[in-house]
Write a protein that binds this ligand. Structure first.
Ligand code: ASP
Ligand code: MG
Length: 428
């Protein structure tokens, strides 16, 4: 069994989906689970829709129409026969969203968000599955909510591994094991990013969570490997958006991959590696533009990266926290402060403490950051700088540090043996 994950860019329009079908055809004879994300920027649009609905802005139906039009366009291009059942299926999903947003929201934002935003993956997976069936890659559509069990932390569902594994064994594996084990292999198409609570409410696993779904599926099915198909030729040592001369990293250890993802390398979702590492399942990152090229392999090889890797994050806020009475920062303060960050589910990207001050660098979030700062102000003096950049260099040397800090004012620098992190801003 192999697991494939196709992200939003790889299914963003009709020709992209045709390309996905070509890639799958290269693997005839294999058992495959295909995990797909919502198409293109659909998740962002569904987030806008949720906001508009929840806060009673009048453009919710406008956004819904755009989404409907976007999917309809793709379906029309892929399915010339307008009697094909996919037209009905897609329409039904939209009718359900419409019904949902005609009523007032009854529950908390994160719950409503998951019920609406999860539809992006339902739509894309239905379209991809139907298109594959039409073109000889016979497959079964699988609702991820029928096996992927989470708790009820909406927008950040925690996987219930035991029940997920046992449902998979009982309900899904028989499909692959059933006779005839035809030479064609068997294919299932399912959604990334979504799951369900034990009460059958839809949850999501956090933005960009489809990689994580694919890793979960690889883990519970004891897959031979997981391939994430991307619009880049593999994992690069820096984001070409920020750096000129980037290199493909052919081979990365699980350890380095976890570190890179943790510091924000956007090619791999941070939660993706663990489920694979636990079963020693290799992760391949390959280009959907050049499916035959080698790409990157992440596995248990112990080699260190041959070159420095750079991870760049913008829109950072550096918050400095000090006790109001100029007393020292002590353990009780820290545990208070950490609890607040945990309650708001804000990830600390870098932290540093001195006797009088505790500094943390976080991603700016228009909803959470101002509230969190307000809460902190109750007990502490707070200063903060925003619009900062955070650069992390793994396997740094002095030259690489100089390269990224040209014309920058550095606010905070933290070095460990292999990694340096710098919070900085352009000098005016
Ligand atoms: N569609 C979701 C998102 O854009 C999940 C994913 O693409 O991984 O966040
Ligand atoms: Mg996406």
């Amino acid at each position: 069994m192999k697991v494939f994950k196709f992200g939003g860019a790889s299914v963003k329009d009709a020709s992209a989906i045709i390309n996905v079908a070509k890639i799958i055809s290269l693997y005839q004879g294999q058992n495959l689970v295909v995990v797909v994300s919502a198409m293109g920027k659909v998740t962002n649009m569904l987030e806008q829709l949720t906001k508009a609905y929840y806060y009673k802005k009048d453009n919710a139906f406008e956004i819904l129409d755009q989404l409907r039009e976007y999917h309809h366009q793709i379906v029309q291009e892929l399915f010339p026969d307008n009697k094909h059942h996919i037209y009905n299926e897609i329409n039904n999903v939209f009718v359900e969203i419409e019904w949902a947003i005609e009523e007032d929201a009854l529950r908390e934002y994160d719950y409503e968000y998951d019920q609406i935003v999860s539809t992006g993956e339902l739509l894309s997976s239905k379209i991809v599955s139907a298109y594959l069936n039409l073109n000889g890659n016979v497959n079964k559509w699988l609702d991820a909510r029928d096996f992927l069990q989470t708790d009820n932390t909406y927008r950040e569902g925690k996987v219930n591994w035991d029940s997920t594994q046992s449902i998979w064994n009982k309900d899904i594996m028989p499909f692959f094991n059933a006779e005839p084990k035809s030479a064609n292999g068997k294919i299932m198409v399912t959604q990334g990013f979504i799951g369900a609570t034990s009460e059958n409410f839809t949850t999501t696993l956090g933005r960009e969570g489809s990689d994580y779904t694919a890793a979960i599926v690889a883990h519970i099915s004891n897959a031979e490997n997981l391939t994430i198909w991307k619009d880049v030729p593999g994992v690069l040592n820096a984001d070409p958006k920020w750096f000129d001369d980037t290199e493909i990293l052919k081979h990365i250890s699980y350890h380095d991959a976890i570190e890179l993802a943790y510091y924000g390398a956007s090619v791999i979702h941070p939660k993706t590696i663990k489920p694979l590492q636990n079963k020693n399942i290799p992760l391949l990152v390959k280009s959907f533009v050049n499916p035959q090229s080698q790409g990157t392999t992440i596995d248990d090889n112990p080699t260190k990266l041959p070159v420095a890797s750079f991870i760049f994050k913008v829109n950072q806020v550096l918050v400095s926290i000090s006790p109001k009475d100029f007393s020292f920062i002590v353990e009780e303060n820290l545990s208070d402060i950490f609890k607040l960050f945990a309650d708001y589910r804000v990830k600390i990207n870098v932290m540093q403490n001195t006797a009088l001050k505790f500094s943390v660098c976080i991603d700016f979030d228009e909803r959470k950051t101002p509230e969190l700062i307000e809460q902190l102000r109750k007990n502490y003096n707070i200063t903060f700088n925003d619009n900062l950049e955070l650069v992390t260099i793994r396997y740094y040397d002095q030259k690489t540090i100089e390269r990224v800090t040209i014309n920058k004012q550095v606010f905070l620098e933290l070095k460990s043996r292999n990694t340096v992190q710098m919070v900085m801003k352009n000098r005016d």
